[in-house]
Design a binder for this molecule. Structure first.
Ligand SMILES: [Zn+2]
Length: 458
């Protein structure tokens, strides 16, 4: 789903920092026109608008010039003005060879030690004036750098993204034929700013993970607006958006879908961590023909569900509003735990999203606190399991277990393949029973974590 790499090949690197209010202003007044005839400003503003439209992040353009180098290299926190322009050096130091542009971000510490995540308070973008530039779509032309896609890339750094090397992305370290924002770019920005992330599914329908995907009760509500569009996946000739939601406990849910533009229909189905639908867990509501609402009200078992938003009539499109309310039915109703033969408790948790915490009274493995979750694989599948925490340098373990709880032949361990000190394991797993362990690199580390399992589509 997401990968961040720190390869400073094209440009200055932003770190895992973010704008506190998910918004950044650029003063845009770049003199001149591209050989294509279009102004640089028009292309830059289009690139800003592309990020704003596609993600939870907001770029604001002020129609006046801002010198990107003003206040840089002075030891001050910039000059408070996000500027953009051409220059023949990176504000005093030479551009390295092949460097097309740089983004200079100014960071502010939020704690005395200046550790961990920092606030971005200013970003400035300098395009290398020694390059030959134009604005055009399509494949890269020889000896002609393309301004708008580099602007998209630098704006990605400005909002807090690093380079991406494992997926097709505008955030790849080199300028390429990729000229527009790609799903991975959008996911990256939304990952930082709490927007909806899209993940592939085995049914060829991308699954949307809203900024709030988990309902922990006792009385939780989320609202979101969406739009059925012709580029959506379709099911029985009807366009569909599928949201993945996780309920930590048995719940009474109330789902309401409304649209003024199409006759809406809802589908709800429970899924396992390998995206298999759980038989008998499906519900749907279409209401009367012509009604602008679809509703579901029912008790559901704790677990992860896909909620499909679609239309009664084939090929309908339009905007909709979705409200999901979940009331915890029983606080003690979450997932069953048993004591394993190794003396460590195992929670049977078949869900793709697990929120947990290493605690100082947890059991220990290898002298570190550990939580173990059991899940089943029913057909061979490639899974990507991300264990993330802002408090713990995580270590993720995946083992297969036989019916007598003896360990099988699979033993996977990862420390830091995820972003920062987070862990990621990607592996093809055969049918069977597996345990995954969430633990830490250092002894006596504890704190909240999240495990997200996604299916990797070949
Ligand atoms: Zn870059």
């Amino acid at each position: 789903m997401l990968a961040f790499f720190s390869q400073d090949l094209l440009a200055f690197e932003a770190s895992d920092n973010a704008w506190p209010d998910a918004s950044a202003t650029f003063f845009v007044g770049i003199p001149g026109t591209a050989p294509s005839g279009e102004t640089w400003d028009a292309a830059f503003k289009r690139a800003m608008a592309a990020w704003t439209t596609a993600t939870n992040f907001n770029f604001v353009a002020e129609d006046q010039g801002g010198d990107p180098c003003a206040g840089q290299n002075t030891g001050a926190l910039g000059n408070g003005i996000g500027g953009v322009g051409f220059a023949d050096s990176r504000c005093g130091t030479e551009f390295g060879s092949n460097v097309l542009a740089i983004t200079l971000t100014t960071l502010s510490c939020t704690n005395p030690g200046c550790t961990g995540k920092k606030d971005i308070v200013e970003a400035d973008i300098v395009f290398n004036a020694n390059e030959n530039w134009d604005i055009y779509s399509g494949p890269l032309l020889p000896q002609t750098s393309e301004f708008e896609r580099v602007a998209l890339h630098e704006l990605g750094h400005a909002l807090g993204l690093d380079h991406e090397s494992s997926a097709i992305a505008i955030m790849q370290p080199f300028a390429s034929n990729v000229a527009t924002l790609q799903p991975d770019d959008i996911n990256g920005a939304n990952f930082i700013y709490g927007g909806t992330i899209s993940t592939p599914s085995i049914y060829d329908i991308p699954i949307k993970l809203p900024g709030k995907t988990s309902f922990s009760g006792p009385d939780d509500v989320i609202n979101f607006a969406g739009t059925l569009v012709t580029s959506d996946a379709s099911l029985e000739n009807k366009f569909i958006d599928v949201y993945q939601l996780t309920f930590e406990n048995d719940s009474e849910i109330s789902v309401s879908l409304s649209s003024l533009q199409f006759d809406p229909a809802l589908i709800l189905a429970r899924i396992t961590s390998t995206q298999q639908l759980v038989p008998g867990s499906t519900a749907s509501d279409e209401n009367l023909a012509g009604s602008s609402n679809a509703n579901l009200q029912q008790p559901i078992a704790a677990g992860s569900y896909w909620l499909g938003v679609t239309s009664v009539t084939a090929a309908d499109t339009g905007s909709y509003n979705l409200t999901v309310n979940a009331k915890t039915a029983s606080e003690n109703s979450s997932f069953k735990t048993f004591r394993s033969i190794y003396g460590i408790d195992v929670e049977i948790n078949p869900n793709p999203l697990i929120k947990g915490a290493l605690r100082s009274n947890d059991q220990k493995f290898d002298n570190k606190f550990i939580d173990i979750y059991q899940f089943e694989v029913t057909e061979t599948v490639t899974l990507r399991i991300d264990l993330t925490s802002s408090l713990v340098d995580t270590v993720l373990l995946v083992v297969d277990v036989l019916s007598d709880q003896q360990l099988g032949s699979v033993f996977l361990r990862n420390d830091d393949s995820g972003f920062s000190t987070n862990s990621r394991i990607e592996a093809s797993l055969s049918p069977g029973t597996y345990w995954m362990g969430a633990t830490s690199f250092s002894t006596n580390d504890f704190g909240d974590y999240q495990i997200q399992t996604s299916v990797v589509i070949p």
